[in-house]
Design a protein around this ligand. Structure first.
Ligand code: NAD
Ligand code: MG
Length: 389
């Protein structure tokens, strides 16, 4: 192993983004050295990866699996740990780059800890910026952390955003595939199933983000994410439906130039960009063949058919606690939809009702924010129980 390897920790190593990151590292053993890996429940996979990469520390979030993790790692030099605090501690282990790829607000504390560690954080976990964008970005500035966006749209913008020309940036254009139900008649959306919702036409992703793509809540969360990552006003962020997912996003300049980043829809491209930054590296993502694709389509988003997108845009404008409540209610509603407890359109209605029942005061600390998150989850869960009664 070369001594000038880049050391890496992956929070959420067994997920879709985590495994794509692992795939790139596996192909480049001379460039990267893995320090820490975490997972919530997949203890066998976590241990296998820990042994394969001879890492220092493996952390399982769910403490019920701690015994099994220790058993699997016995006789190796890998340390084992478990529980919520262990996940946070794992994020503070010194590494050149931390990949923040936990799903949902559960990633907030570990990601924040990685930011405070002050090195480089590759950010996939968009929910933590949605919940705590102001507080997170304040910590990024305070600790001089480099935050590299992994979400494909934000990674695209990052690649074409000329920060020293900020006065000449007129808008950023986030593209959206529109998800699997882009052309489904509105009345049919009432009866779509979880299996149909997670079958994304272009991207292969975890269950939660796949449902978010189907409701277009994902694009709403991404607008909020973009607002925190880039120095632009809410009014300068536009959503454009582009079903082929070839143009990953664009930046428009005052002189009329529009810069875009293109690529095949494969997360290993933005992940490779973040892993190698400020250089570039090879990725096995299929190379783009525009002649074969032939045509690129665009249209405006339909906020009536996809009320989750409208709710997220409103939450960003309302500010304060609205994005935290929106995100928490959405996580609960998506989980319930995946478990067949509510219908597809029930997701937006649960989010909307939860938003209307809570105070929008600005969260003043992470503790306060987590309290609001918990409160919103309780209300959303109660609403679901009521609906099923
Ligand atoms: P996933 O569900 O496939 O994986 C999530 C990972 O987080 C797993 O390793 C899991 O063990 C861990 N995890 C789950 N619950 C946890 C908890 N409560 N505490 C600690 N760890 C927990 O998710 P994913 O699709 O890889 O998405 C990860 C993040 O990246 C999400 O925020 C998502 O929005 C974002 N993202 C994903 C993609 C994609 O292509 N999958 C693209 C852009 C952004
Ligand atoms: Mg995205």
């Amino acid at each position: 192993m070369a001594t000038n390897c880049k050391t890496i920790s992956i929070l959420g190593a067994t997920g879709s983004v985590g495994l794509s990151t692992i795939d790139l590292i596996r192909r480049n053993p001379d460039i990267f050295q893995v320090r820490v890996l975490t997972a919530q429940n997949k203890v066998e996979e976590l241990a296998a990866l820990a042994i394969e990469f001879q890492i220092d520390l493996a952390v399982i979030g769910n403490e019920d699996h701690y015994g099994r993790l220790k058993e699997l790692l016995s006789g190796t030099s890998v340390k084992a740990a478990a529980g919520q605090q262990a996940l946070i501690d794992a994020a503070s282990v010194e590494a050149d780059l931390v990949m923040a790829a936990i799903v949902g607000a559960a990633g907030l504390r570990p990601t924040l800890e990685a930011v405070r560690q002050g090195n480089t954080v590759a950010l996939a976990n968009k929910e933590c910026l949605v919940c705590a964008g102001d507080l997170m970005m304040e910590e990024v500035r305070k600790h001089g952390t480099t935050l590299l966006p992994v979400d494909s749209e934000h990674n695209a913008i990052f690649q074409v955003f000329e920060a020293d020309q900020i006065d000449h940036i007129s808008k950023i254009i986030l593209t959206a595939s529109g998800g699997p139900f882009l052309n489904t008649p509105k009345k049919d959306l009432l009866s779509v199933t979880p299996a149909q919702a997670v079958a994304h036409p272009n991207w292969d992703m975890g269950a939660k983000i796949s449902v978010d793509s189907a409701t277009m809540m994902n694009k709403g969360l991404e607008v909020i994410e973009a607002y925190h990552l880039f120095p632009v006003e809410v009014s300068q962020i536009e959503v454009l439906v582009h079903p082929q997912s070839v143009i990953h996003s664009m930046v428009e300049y005052g002189d009329g130039s529009v810069l875009a980043q293109l690529g095949s829809p494969d997360m290993r491209t933005p992940i490779a960009y973040a892993l190698a930054w400020p250089q570039r590296m090879e990725s096995p993502s299929p190379k783009l063949n525009l002649a074969q694709i032939g045509q690129l389509d665009f249209r405006e988003p339909d906020l009536e058919a996809f009320p989750c997108l409208a709710l997220a845009l409103e939450a960003l404008k309302a500010g304060g606690a609205a994005p935290v409540i929106l995100n928490a209610a959405n996580e609960v509603a998506v989980e319930s939809f995946l478990n067949d407890k509510i219908g597809f359109m029930g997701i937006a209605s649960i989010v909307e009702k939860t938003l209307s029942r809570l105070d929008m005061k600005v969260p003043h600390s992470i503790e306060n924010l987590l309290q609001i998150d918990l409160e919103a989850r309780k209300i959303a869960s109660a609403l679901i129980v009521e609906e099923n009664a």
